[in-house]
Design a protein around this ligand. Structure first.
Ligand SMILES: Cc1cc2nc3c(=O)[nH]c(=O)nc-3n(C[C@H](O)[C@H](O)[C@H](O)COP(=O)(O)OP(=O)(O)OC[C@H]3O[C@@H](n4cnc5c(N)ncnc54)[C@H](O)[C@@H]3O)c2cc1C
Length: 490
């Protein structure tokens, strides 16, 4: 008999385990994946976490920063008001207000708690800061990164959990909940082809969304979604959502919505841990997109990358043939992210635009050339380019204008990268309250059942501020673990 059983082996689950272990003795983590693939989507991440910080002093509670690093960096601040504003704006004011307030207000305490447990953090110099005149300036509210990225985060949480006496079973798939009128009392598990009943006093569900289930994707996100590539783990097929719904839980949130990005067109069906997140192609604000008809179809410079990337995957999926090309010229080459320099890219290079459009597979070259010329002619050359701010350097008079960072494509060599839609995680899921208790469809908490992370609905809608997923798992994993642990020992 366990006190708390946690379903899942990613960031939310492991944070729940560490938290539960502060209040109860016998904790079991059930991880569906074998050990070498464990850690869910969390392992695939860069380990970036969006947190509130009111200046460098808050960051110094998390990161060992030298005086020299502080002197040559403008870390700025990311206040609770900014985080709340970002959540409200990108979710079109649909995010659950109570859960969002918890996410924001508990973000710094949650990572400080992780730090105190032994998780190490650094600043995301490489991804979230530009060097201007010898000084780094962070942008987009996203500054904190786990040391070693996602793999570092998961390995560190796993080691800490083991040291805290938590049992972890790998290749152990939760199948259903043991529940009756009094609530949830255990989990049915299949481990190494054997089905067993694990009894416990409380269960925390943290087994991810349903993005790796093509049938549910098509059913809930809509026709065509079976054609998307999955960016992360193949194990998040919605099991725990189904288990909870079967036990009477309420479904909530944006069931037809998901986080989806521009992803290498020829990437495999699921994520590859050797490549991690590097199939993504996030530098589109510095260039333009073209579809099969040779047309631009989206405002590449509508906002900072981390406020648009999560919704543009859907836009790419809806293009003819579900693909697009990103086009850049030599002026911005130095600004392209590392992921453009991996071996597994579908890339074309040419010394003229005429030559380039002829090399773009499956694209109408004549229409593409006309479109690029139209774009070049529409750029407001009188406004200076500045990647650190929304510079207003835009196009005018196009059907779809580019609002910021609109550089003309005029300096060879020109480069093009083929992308399709990569789905990250689904937004719809289980309804929880502020104690992370799973709510029943009758509006009451289900005794003994808690949830955290990707499988919780109601927080993200339509879009997502980059780096909120890990914070979401940490904040609600910690709350769920604490309440499950307290409940088990009450
Ligand atoms: C390529 C990529 C890059 C990303 N980068 C970032 C980033 O830098 N910052 C950020 O905040 N977010 C990022 N995200 C999003 C982030 O990964 C998720 O929001 C977060 O990791 C979700 O954590 P989780 O613990 O809820 O789910 P997961 O980490 O996916 O964990 C779910 C776990 O449940 C297990 N499981 C599934 N079914 C069962 C079952 N039946 N029984 C037992 N176990 C089961 C899985 O094996 C897995 O271990 C990225 C995602 C991807 C794919």
């Amino acid at each position: 008999m366990y006190d708390v059983v946690i379903v899942g082996g990613g960031n939310a689950a492991l944070c729940a385990a560490l938290s539960a272990a502060e209040f109860a003795k016998k904790i079991l983590v059930l991880e569906r994946a074998p050990e070498e693939e464990s850690g869910g989507n969390s392992r695939f991440t860069a380990g970036l976490m969006r947190i509130v910080y009111n200046g460098v002093d808050d960051l110094r509670t998390l990161i060992d920063l030298s005086d020299d690093e502080v002197a040559r960096t403008d870390f700025g601040a990311y206040t609770a008001a900014q985080f709340l504003d970002d959540m409200a704006r990108v979710t079109e004011y649909r995010c659950d207000p109570d859960l969002t307030e918890l996410l924001v207000n508990e973000s710094l305490p949650a990572v400080q708690w992780m730090r105190a447990k032994g998780v190490r953090f650094t600043a995301a110099w490489g991804r979230q800061a530009f060097n201007v005149g010898g000084r780094f300036k962070f942008w987009g509210g996203l500054t904190l990164e786990a040391v070693g990225g996602g793999p570092g985060l998961v390995d560190s949480l796993t080691q800490i959990a083991r040291r805290s006496g938590v049992d972890i079973w790998y290749s152990a798939r939760a199948l259903s909940l043991l529940s009756d009128d009094d609530g949830v009392h255990g989990v049915v598990v299949r481990k190494q082809s054997k089905t067993t009943h694990v009894k416990c006093k409380a269960v925390v569900l943290a087994a991810g969304g349903f993005q790796s289930n093509p049938e549910w994707r098509t059913r809930y996100l809509g026709p065509g979604w079976e054609l998307a590539k999955v960016r992360g783990t193949r194990f998040n097929t919605g099991d725990a959502i189904r288990m909870a719904l079967d036990a009477g839980a309420a479904a909530t949130g944006n069931w037809s919505g998901c986080h989806a990005v521009a992803w290498e067109r020829n990437a495999p069906e699921f994520g590859d841990l050797a490549v991690g997140d590097q199939f993504q192609k996030h530098s589109y604000p510095w260039g333009v997109y073209l579809n099969a008809e040779g047309r631009r179809f989206v405002d590449e410079g509508a906002d900072f990358r981390n406020y648009t990337y999560a919704k543009y995957g859907r836009v790419i999926l809806s293009q003819p043939g579900q693909f697009a090309w990103q086009i850049f010229d030599a002026k911005v080459k130095g600004q392209l992210r590392d992921e453009y320099r991996i071996r597994q890219v579908t890339k074309r290079v040419a010394s003229t635009l005429e030559e380039l459009v002829g090399k773009l597979d499956d694209v109408d070259p004549k229409a593409a050339l006309e479109e690029l010329k139209r774009y070049n002619a529409a750029v407001r050359q009188d406004i200076a380019f500045n990647p650190n701010v929304k510079d207003g350097r835009r196009t005018e008079g196009l059907t779809i204008n580019k609002s910021n960072w609109a550089n003309t494509l005029d300096t060879p060599p020109f480069e093009a990268y083929a992308v399709t839609c990569g789905i990250t995680f689904t937004f719809g899921g289980l309804k929880i309250n502020h104690h992370a208790q799973v709510m029943s469809s009758d509006g009451e908490p289900i005794p003994g059942l808690y949830a955290a992370g990707e499988l919780v609905g109601g927080i993200f809608w339509f879009n997502y501020p980059g780096g909120s997923g890990l914070t979401n798992g940490a904040v609600f994993g910690r709350i769920a673990g604490e309440n499950a642990g307290r409940n088990a020992t009450a």
